[in-house]
Design a protein around this ligand. Structure first.
Ligand code: ZN
Length: 431
């Protein structure tokens, strides 16, 4: 695939991944086509050198591993980490709010730090998962759902009623972000959301025990620019990095080292969940790989000491209209190559050693590399690397592709950056 084709493949992947559950499911499908087979956390693992496996956790995190022909104690675990979740608007239980005997709104909560004003006036759809009864009360049946058509919209207020709106709208989520969902006269009057979801799934709404559903922009992403230089779509942060990791697994020659993709959930709310980077989940999986291969605890600790993790999460490019918000020297640009993220207070896990490793990989792959540090008077964000390495003390670097409009309903990145980062990831697997 050329760079444009790779970017379009990313747009397709994001379009079919409107929730963390769908991003996980689509990763699994992708791994299936690469001859990976699924293991279950609750089963006994039988794994072989040269084998390819993956395991899901909570249906919203997924970890793949290709077992090397050499022991991890000799080659280390090679890990590329990313996250499956993005800021979104989630639907509360009993969501219908009947307004004025005319409109039905849905009650919502925000998830993560979205730029919520960008969600206004966009046709929205709904995706996520529901649970229905099964034979075993402790194991209800999970079903993913994606409505795929516009079913709701959060309308702006007319400028005539709010003359200062262009000076900034202070958004109160309980007041300003309730999507309009239906008209009272067209429905029977109760459980309208569950009825819509159930009809999509071909079940009766009374079968649904519980749900986790979020809104997403119905319109698909697209290429933008006079020469298709840019990608405009939601959830580039961080499905872009998941997609790059998955594509990098294709056509690797190295068979010696154990190669791991670790896609956690809940990065946008601090990673402190059982399926987030702050949980012991990745450590448990690495230990189980080591045990299933009949290596000792000593071998495991040696493997950890040799391991390396690339924590991949999107990065900030310099904003063309607000360059003063950035560091005066280190100013990553779109299509200028992947970005190493550095922070003196270790909000990013990068140190000079792990930064050198990534710099070396880029040089060898002949891909330009950039560096990001915050303006010293701006706090900035954090990501997975520092959190995950509290659980497993391995060498790690925080990197990502440069982008604009992070956490907008539509984010913006460079076509060539995406293809180039895949090259760097491939180089990592080959070392
Ligand atoms: Zn992110």
């Amino acid at each position: 695939m050329n760079n444009i084709e790779i970017a379009n493949d990313l747009i397709d992947f994001i379009y079919s991944s409107p929730s963390a559950f769908h991003a996980t499911e689509n990763s699994a499908q992708n791994l299936n086509t690469l001859a990976y087979s699924e293991l279950k956390m609750e089963d006994k693992w039988t794994i072989e050198k040269g084998g390819k496996y993956y395991v899901r956790y909570n249906s919203s995190a997924i970890f793949s591993f290709e077992i090397g022909t050499e022991a991890p104690s000799e080659t280390g675990f090679k890990i590329i980490a990313a996250h499956t979740d993005s800021p979104t608007i989630k639907i509360k239980p009993n969501p219908e709010i009947y307004h004025n005997k005319n409109d039905i709104k849905l009650n919502i909560e925000t998830y993560g730090g979205g730029i919520w004003m960008t969600w206004l006036d966009r046709p929205l759809s709904i995706a996520g998962r529901v649970f229905v009864k099964s034979q075993n009360v402790l194991e209800p049946k999970e079903i993913l759902v994606n409505i795929k058509k516009p079913v709701a919209l959060i309308p702006n207020m007319a400028i005539h009623l709010n003359r200062t709106i262009n000076e900034g709208l202070k958004i109160n989520p309980q007041k300003h972000l309730l999507p309009l969902f239906a008209q009272y006269s067209t429905v029977s009057g109760e459980n309208e959301l569950l009825k819509l979801v159930a009809s999509e799934l071909g079940i009766d709404y009374t079968e649904i025990l519980d749900f986790e559903l979020n809104f997403y922009e119905t319109e698909k992403g697209s290429l933008v620019g006079a020469n298709n230089e840019f990608i405009s779509t939601g959830r580039l942060d961080n499905i872009g990095m998941m997609h790059a990791g998955l594509l990098s697994l294709n056509g690797i020659n190295d068979k010696k080292s154990t190669k791991i993709l670790a896609f956690f959930d809940n990065e946008e709310i601090g990673s402190e969940t059982k399926q987030g980077a702050h949980s012991p989940i990745l450590r448990i999986i690495l230990e189980r790989i080591n045990t299933a291969l009949n290596y000792s605890q000593e071998d495991y600790y040696r493997a950890i000491a040799r391991s390396f993790m690339i924590s991949a999460d999107m990065a900030h490019a310099i904003h063309p209209n607000s360059p003063e918000m950035h560091d005066p020297v280190n100013q990553p640009v779109l299509n200028g190559g992947p970005v190493i993220k550095i922070n003196a207070n270790q909000k990013y896990t990068t140190d000079a050693q792990s930064g050198s490793v990534f710099e070396g990989l880029c040089q060898k792959a002949e891909v330009a590399v950039q560096r990001f540090v915050n303006r010293s008077d701006i706090k900035g964000g954090g990501t997975l690397g520092s959190i995950a390495t509290v659980q497993i003390p391995i060498r790690a670097v925080d990197i990502g592709n440069p982008m604009l409009a992070m956490h907008s309903i539509r984010e913006f990145a460079g076509v060539n950056d995406h293809a180039n980062l895949i090259k760097v990831f491939k180089q990592f697997w080959e070392e």
